[in-house]
Design a protein around this ligand. Structure first.
Ligand code: AHR
Length: 496
């Protein structure tokens, strides 16, 4: 059995863990909005057309903030198509996913959905085919009190009180040639700067997210990021990071991917520091990891081309148990980088690369649902910097990687602990060596373990891969617990 020790001290703070790292993302893409969130014809839906069974499932994730309406979709979207009486809203050809967009769900429906779920809304403005002025008008529609044209329009639509949308993305993946309205970096920076100025002039309370490189594999990485940070200066409250990962068939390599998520965060955080140094500014732009997940199977044309249909099934990734472990690694990396990562959005929430899947009659939770729930329900507190003492292995892609992946959060007299055993065949005995505090008891703990890495949940077998409560530990100068091979544990402990 492998032996690992995690040394923790309550004074070794990273930073408070922002609740918004437990965010989500919904896009007008495939069956995410239509047939996912919104399905007025369905008997499961409420008076708003929102599917109650989907809402019930999503509540388990305890999401804090949700990004909308895209994604690539955002770069062709004109928000005025999606407000006002439904009969007057146009059906348009949607070019990002080559589908038909009926516009029966738009800004006001999204806000109503967020309210019903207690989510903070986050909107991605169109800086592809849209203008800075259109983005500013959207801010006015959402946030201004009645008395000017777009705020009055909102009131005419039955929403006198402003929607108070605080976080606004200045476009989506604008470094990508696939993006509608993609332009070279200086042109994007100029467009984003104008938009940010006008949007903030309309509502000085808003926070902006400037587009960073759409992945570390892009040739734009990290020069694009450095340039936009330099050009936008104080107008960029956050810079976006995106990351989709996949399994090449080498499971040990796949489980090592968390190391490269750390590196991606640290590289872009370094860019923010360089930009601040250049500007002689004490101010820091934080990171908004506003798209992340496993996505590698459903990427071909048959999965991304909607062929002019409304709500075609696109990007319907079917997640395995090992994918769930990788999702846990993303979340632990965000916690370890609590000083820089302030927002993160699981992409996406329903049907499209999602933890929840619907058919006409019911829903099931994919394997990736449980790790998100295990961590998100333990939000709140300060991330601790631990020291790991454990053997490692050499990954071809990522170099030396410890078999133990971990994160911990201190919340008053409660310690929340997360641990992943990356070893594919050996169990691991993990000893938590507590300096300056003692563990009194374990209040709850769940283990995510399954013997077959490729197993999935489905409508027929919805509970094939599930986390289980566990009480397999001993308390003795700290705590010792055993992690089976390829497993993930989350625990909540009372400390003194
Ligand atoms: O989430 C699916 C797509 O992935 C988004 O629309 C885009 O931003 C990213 O490339």
């Amino acid at each position: 059995m492998l032996q690992a020790t995690l040394h923790l001290h309550p004074d070794f703070h990273v930073a408070r863990v922002d609740d918004r790292i437990f965010g989500g993302f919904v896009e007008h893409l495939g069956r995410c909005i239509y047939e996912g969130l919104y399905d007025p014809e369905n008997t499961q839906s409420d008076a708003n057309g929102f599917r109650s069974d989907v809402q019930k499932a999503l509540r388990g994730l305890e999401l804090s903030i949700v990004r909308y309406p895209g994604g690539n979709f955002a770069s062709g979207y004109h928000w005025q198509d999606g407000v006002g009486p439904r009969a007057d809203r146009p059906t348009r050809k949607e070019l990002a996913w080559r589908s038909l967009e009926p516009n029966t769900f738009g800004t006001d429906e999204f806000i109503a959905y967020c309210k019903s779920m207690n989510w903070q809304p986050m909107i991605c403005a169109n800086l592809g085919t849209g203008t800075p002025e259109e983005a500013m008008n959207w801010v006015e529609y959402c946030n201004s009190p009645p008395g000017s044209i777009y705020a009055d329009l909102r009131a005419d639509h039955g929403h006198r009180e402003p929607h108070k949308v605080q976080v606004w993305c200045l476009g989506n993946e604008m470094d990508g040639p696939w993006q509608m309205g993609h332009v070279p970096v200086l042109e994007y920076a100029s467009r984003a700067r104008q938009a940010a100025k006008m949007m903030k002039a309309c509502d000085p309370q808003i926070e902006t997210v400037v587009c960073g490189s759409s992945s570390p594999q892009m040739p734009t990485f990290p020069d694009w990021d450095l340039t936009v940070l330099k050009e936008l200066g104080d107008l960029a409250d956050y810079i976006s990071l995106h990351r989709y990962v996949g399994n090449s068939g080498e499971d040990a390599e796949y489980l090592a991917v968390g190391k490269s998520i750390d590196e991606q965060i640290e590289s872009i955080d370094a860019c923010t520091k360089v930009a601040a140094a250049r500007a002689r500014s004490p101010r820091r732009t934080h990171l908004c990891f506003d798209e992340w997940n496993v996505w590698y199977r459903n990427r071909g044309q048959e999965h991304t081309d909607g062929r002019d249909r409304i709500a075609p099934p696109l990007l319907e990734e079917h997640y395995t148990f090992i994918d769930a472990l990788v999702v846990a690694s993303f979340l632990m990396s965000f916690i370890r980088h609590a000083d820089s990562v302030k927002i993160a959005n699981l992409a996406q929430l329903v049907n499209v690369i999602a933890p929840v899947v619907t058919n006409h009659a019911t829903v099931f939770k994919q394997t990736i649902f449980d790790p998100f729930e295990m961590v998100s329900t333990r939000k709140g507190g300060i991330a601790l910097q631990g020291i790991v003492d454990c053997t490692s292995y050499v990954s071809q892609l990522y170099g030396e990687v410890s078999y133990l992946d971990y994160a911990s959060i201190l919340d008053g007299e409660v310690l929340k602990l997360f641990a992943l055993n990356r070893h594919l065949t050996q169990s691991m005995e993990v000893h938590l060596d507590c300096h300056g505090f003692q563990i009194q008891r374990v209040d709850s703990a769940e283990l995510l373990y399954h013997n077959v890495l490729d197993d999935c949940n489905s409508f027929d077998e919805p509970n094939k891969v599930r986390s289980c409560a566990t009480n397999d530990w001993s308390l003795k100068r700290g705590i010792t617990f055993e992690l089976p091979p390829h497993s993930f544990l989350a625990a909540t402990c009372k400390i003194a």
